[in-house]
Design a protein around this ligand. Structure first.
Ligand code: FIX
Ligand code: ZN
Length: 433
């Protein structure tokens, strides 16, 4: 009987932990869903200390402690809001939540003195930084090589950059065409499309369908969008005799198929349960995984990237991914992006799906956050992998460093690019891997 040749250093029960930790730390990440923008998008590119402190996760945590009316908070300058958040969450209480401890982690990774509670010392440090230098530093330190933005052509400030031929200047940044208003707010979306010269009307006429498809096709091309993306409320039902089903069936799936790109649905948000909190006022909501099942069955040739916001939906979604290879589960989204949930979800997904998942995306809005979100996630993913490799090693199976490298490359980027049917861009860019 022929024995397989085993490549790379063979790992053992006493070496697996160190090897996995090291390899996980070294593996470059493709962050496949963020709200970050390349610096050429100017004011949309958030990287300053005040941006970091006024992250909407921290705003809702601050309102747990303060009596200030919402309108008064929003009338403060960003710097004043940041001062208030710092005082409330970092000085008057210990910053132990995921988002608050994350800020301290960012300071540490930037080499700042975290024992100082003096915001001014951090302000001084940021004053010495430049946007492009900071982006380079953060991406290098976080080991993030590719970033997928969230790109909305109905946002006038963003559209201006694309219309003057910009948006593609930095090869580390990729676009995803975001289409929420078309699906979830048609009454306000169609007049905007009409304003951009598309012959659409409130009614779902043949011409409207054709023009929505033209809009999607033109913007996918202009942005080189890697996928179409939307976040959906928890009461999303598919199929149904409603606008959403018509939009998906007649415009969005055909546009994706024509461009050969996946459709990403992030399902389970209930927007503005507390409007006073603005962006921080959204809630999570249980959803019907059956909608995803119907989509995957109706369109076996269409790929779907799916994440859901309710903890209660995670197991069913992972089971569904065992049934449909056109379904890729990704990330621990938003309120699930906390240590306990990431651990639970990562374990469960690897147990049900092996390595055929995208375990995490960051959802970062501010550059520095890449540091903490990826350090925290890498740590949990490494711990989970160690546990799983250990079980395999205990059977006598051989695991080599090359195996672990291959598996980690899949988890942190390879699975995403393969699902897209595209090569990992760093290879194209000729960078050392
Ligand atoms: O819909 C989304 O892409 C959400 O991730 C955001 O809207 C949300 O506000 C967020 O920042 C979550 O992390
Ligand atoms: Zn997001």
């Amino acid at each position: 009987m022929e024995t397989m040749k085993i490549a790379g250093t063979t790992l053992h029960l006493h070496t697996i932990a160190d090897a996995v930790e090291t390899i996980v730390r070294q593996t470059p990440v493709t962050d496949m869903h963020t709200h970050l923008f390349a610096s050429e998008f100017e004011s949309l590119c958030l990287w300053e200390l005040d941006d970091l402190l006024t992250y909407h996760y921290l705003i809702s945590e601050t309102f747990r402690w303060i009596d200030m009316p919402y309108e008064q908070f929003w009338s403060l300058s960003k710097r004043e809001q940041a001062d208030l958040i710092w005082r409330t969450l970092f000085v008057e209480h210990s910053p132990i939540s995921e988002a608050a401890s994350g800020v301290l982690n960012v300071f540490r990774q930037l080499g700042l003195d975290t024992s100082s509670r003096d915001l001014q010392t951090y302000r001084d440090a940021w004053a010495r930084m430049t946007v492009d230098g900071h982006i380079d530093d953060v991406m290098r330190t976080a080991g993030v090589r590719d970033i997928v933005m969230t790109n909305d052509p109905l946002d006038a400030s963003e559209r201006a950059t694309w219309e003057r031929g910009g948006g593609k200047g930095d090869p580390r940044f990729h676009a995803a065409l975001r289409v929420d208003p078309l699906l979830n707010d048609w009454d306000n979306a169609w007049p905007q499309l009409a304003g951009l010269g598309y012959r659409v009307s409130a009614d779902w006429t043949e011409e409207t369908v054709r023009e929505v498809r033209r809009f999607l096709g033109e913007w996918i091309d202009r942005m080189d969008a890697l996928y179409l993306a939307v976040s959906m409320p928890g009461d999303f039902v598919y199929p149904a005799t409603d606008h959403r089903t018509r939009m998906i069936d007649e415009a969005m799936v055909p546009a994706c198929q024509e461009a050969g790109i996946p459709f990403a649905l992030m399902i389970g948000v209930r927007r503005r349960v507390n409007p006073g909190l603005q962006l921080a006022g959204d809630m999570s909501m249980k959803s019907d995984v059956g909608a995803v099942e119907s989509l995957c069955r109706a369109y076996p040739e269409q790929k779907f990237l799916i994440t859901m916001l309710a903890r209660e939906n995670q197991h069913e979604l992972a089971v569904l991914a065992r049934k449909f290879r056109n379904l890729m589960v990704f990330g621990c989204w938003w309120f699930l992006h906390i240590e306990s949930m990431v651990r639970e979800m990562t374990e469960m997904r690897l147990e049900l799906l092996g390595l055929s998942v995208i375990p995490q995306h960051s959802d970062c809005r501010i550059f520095g956050q890449l540091l903490y979100k990826w350090e925290y996630s890498r740590r949990i993913i490494a711990q989970t992998l160690i546990q799983k490799y250990t079980r395999v090693l205990e059977t006598g199976w051989t695991v080599t460093e090359d195996d672990v490298r291959r598996d980690c490359a899949d988890l942190f980027g390879g699975n995403f690019w393969r699902f897209l049917g595209k090569p990992v861009p760093a290879v194209e860019r000729g960078e050392a891997r």
